[in-house]
Design a protein around this ligand. Structure first.
Ligand SMILES: C=C(OP(=O)(O)O)C(=O)O
Length: 569
């Protein structure tokens, strides 16, 4: 609900992806727990019933996809129960009754129906029904997101600015492909997954914009100035005029290509790579001048309306990426869990510390093997170009087990006459402090290491990277994070293994300068950051970066590093 403000005013957030855009607001309220009743006309009844049935079909299909990839019987049971609930004729009867007889919208009909059932179960006080309640709440929220999602996707016009509490990366890409030009999120920090994708797509984005969905009005023109971390509501004609001038300058000034060679003033070479997840990012990645893909996130293949998880579908995707860019492509195995769990059946109290990344894949062998089969087939066709990266490693056995799995799948491919790349490099993400602290021991087991500074920061500082209440504590320049990075470099060097960084720190000026100073010669980042980091690393000698890094590691806080950098630069 909007306030009665009629004058221009701004909402301040935090810049997550730079740029300015002017467009009509599209409000997406992804927090669907309280839905207010919306009346509909008699002639709209069929449309709303149809919307319900369509959403039901999509949810069932999604659950079936999920159970196709999952093996453990507990998970299969939960999925089965959820399917039964969705297909329960009582639910459909109640939803239709609300739509037809009370003339209320499909999202509210779903909401009220599920809430009534949940209340009944709660009243029974039975411990046995507890899991049922969780299932019902989960389905209710997904159902509403699905019903509303269809409505919202249809109403997106080219140039629209998405204003939402939070959004999944796959939904964001869908809106981007429909022409959305910017993103305002009420929740999240600058390393929330959707914010990273927005940056990669070149969409201006701010996070932490309090009350944005309440204050912005659907279809009203707003200005998103992500350089200043704010959005302007009800802008005056004069403000719009000023911003149009800024927009023109932005178009002229946007530089997508590196203008320097990839070496410092004293000739020390470095590599700058791109982080991508969707085909939509490929164009920016190759235009940016990056020397390959240092991180291909693959979770997008499993969620939302883009599900493509069979080996053939995955193979097509990986091939498209490998063909679409020059240089090596590092494919990270599915990193499901944490904030990338929108459609997972298990609810966990601490998802970031739970069933995530490699932990999940080693339990879900069918899913793991289908991905390995696809990657290894593409690697066989493009020898020397594909690397495999393992997410969320915390103990050494996980690395050994995954190597074993790779060998098994390679054996099966060879016996069916498929070429393989026998020397495909296997690397691990350094995200958990246990790996950084024992870097040498881990490095001996693998071919390369890639530091995921986003997760390494969250696990070192015990700060949920997406939690807006504590976002100021998420400090990737924190001396303890830098010390762990340095320890990783030292351990890897002893084992003669290369280290790169693929977290946001690599695309950040202060971060990149220190990382290079620590001796890290490969940095992977959102494509739009490549030219800026190239310019920075080409502007000084390796010795100067080393001096900065040596000094940085002795500091006591992030603020001190920012100050030091200002003086150093
Ligand atoms: C690159 C990283 O992974 P994610 O996809 O979780 O941001 C990281 O944690 O730094």
């Amino acid at each position: 609900m909007s306030t009665a403000k009629t004058q221009e005013y701004t909402i301040q957030g935090k810049p997550a992806a730079s740029g300015i855009t002017i467009g009509k607001a599209v409000i997406i309220n992804s927090e669907s727990r309280t839905i207010t009743p919306t009346s509909i006309k008699k002639r709209e009844v069929d449309d709303h019933k149809e919307r319900f049935l369509e959403s039901k079909k999509n949810l069932i299909a999604e659950l079936e996809e999920m159970s196709g990839g999952l093996q453990d019987s507990q998970t299969a049971d939960i999925i089965d129960t959820q399917k039964q609930i969705i297909q329960d004729p009582e639910i459909e009867k109640s939803v239709f009754d609300i739509i037809e007889n009370k003339l209320l919208s499909a999202d509210f009909a779903v909401y009220q129906t599920y809430c009534t059932f949940i209340e009944r179960l709660k009243e029974s006080g039975s411990e046995l029904f507890r899991q049922r309640i969780i299932d019902l709440e989960d389905i209710r929220d997904r159902f509403i997101a699905e019903v509303c999602g269809q409505k919202n996707v249809k109403s997106i016009k080219k140039g629209s600015i998405i204003v939402t509490r939070e959004i999944s990366p796959t939904d964001l890409v869908t809106y981007y492909e429909d022409g959305a030009s910017g993103l305002v999120m009420e929740k999240g920090g600058t390393t929330a997954h959707a914010a990273i994708i927005a940056k990669s797509l070149g969409m201006p984005c701010i996070v932490n914009a309090k009350r944005a969905t309440k204050e912005a009005v659907k279809n009203e023109i707003i200005i998103l100035d992500a350089n200043e971390g704010m959005m302007v509501l009800r802008p005056s004609d004069e403000t719009v005029k000023d911003y149009k001038v800024k927009l023109k300058a932005q178009k002229k000034g946007s530089k997508l290509k590196c203008s320097n060679d990839f070496e410092t003033t004293d000739g020390v070479p470095f590599k700058l790579m791109a982080n991508i997840e969707f085909e939509a990012e490929l164009n920016n990645a190759s235009k940016s001048g990056s020397q390959g893909v240092g991180l291909l996130r693959t979770e997008g293949l499993l969620f939302g309306k883009r599900v493509r998880n069979s080996p053939d579908e995955q193979q097509e995707f990986y091939e498209h990426i490998v063909e679409g860019i020059e240089g090596p492509v590092t494919i990270r195995l599915f990193d499901i869990g944490g904030d990338k769990n929108a459609r997972r059946p298990h609810k966990e109290t601490n998802p970031f510390l739970g069933w995530r990344g490699i932990r999940l894949l080693l339990d879900e062998k069918k899913l793991l093997r289908s991905q390995l089969q696809a990657i290894l087939t593409v690697a066989g066709k493009n020898p020397g170009r594909v690397k495999i990266l393992v997410p969320m490693v915390s103990v050494i056995d996980e690395v050994r087990e995954i190597r074993n799995e790779i060998e098994k799948v390679q054996g099966a491919l060879l016996s069916s006459g498929v070429d393989i790349d026998e020397n495909i490099p296997l690397g691990l993400m350094v995200e958990v402090p246990s790996v950084a602290l024992s870097a040498y021991q881990f490095a001996r087991e693998i071919d390369f290491m890639s530091i995921g500074s986003n997760d390494l920061t969250q696990y070192t500082l015990a700060v949920d990277r997406g939690n807006d209440r504590i976002h100021t504590l998420f400090q990737h320049y924190h001396p303890s994070v830098l010390k762990l990075i340095k320890m990783t470099v030292d351990g890897a060097k002893k084992a003669d293994v290369e280290v790169s960084v693929c977290g946001e720190l690599a695309g950040d000026e202060i971060g990149a300068a220190c990382l290079f100073g620590f001796g890290i010669k490969e940095l992977s980042m959102v494509p739009s950051s490549v030219p800026k980091i190239n310019e920075l690393l080409c502007s000084k000698s390796a010795e100067e970066f080393i001096k900065l890094a040596d000094h940085a590691i002795e500091l006591s806080s992030s603020e001190e590093l920012e100050q030091l950098y200002g003086e150093w630069k």
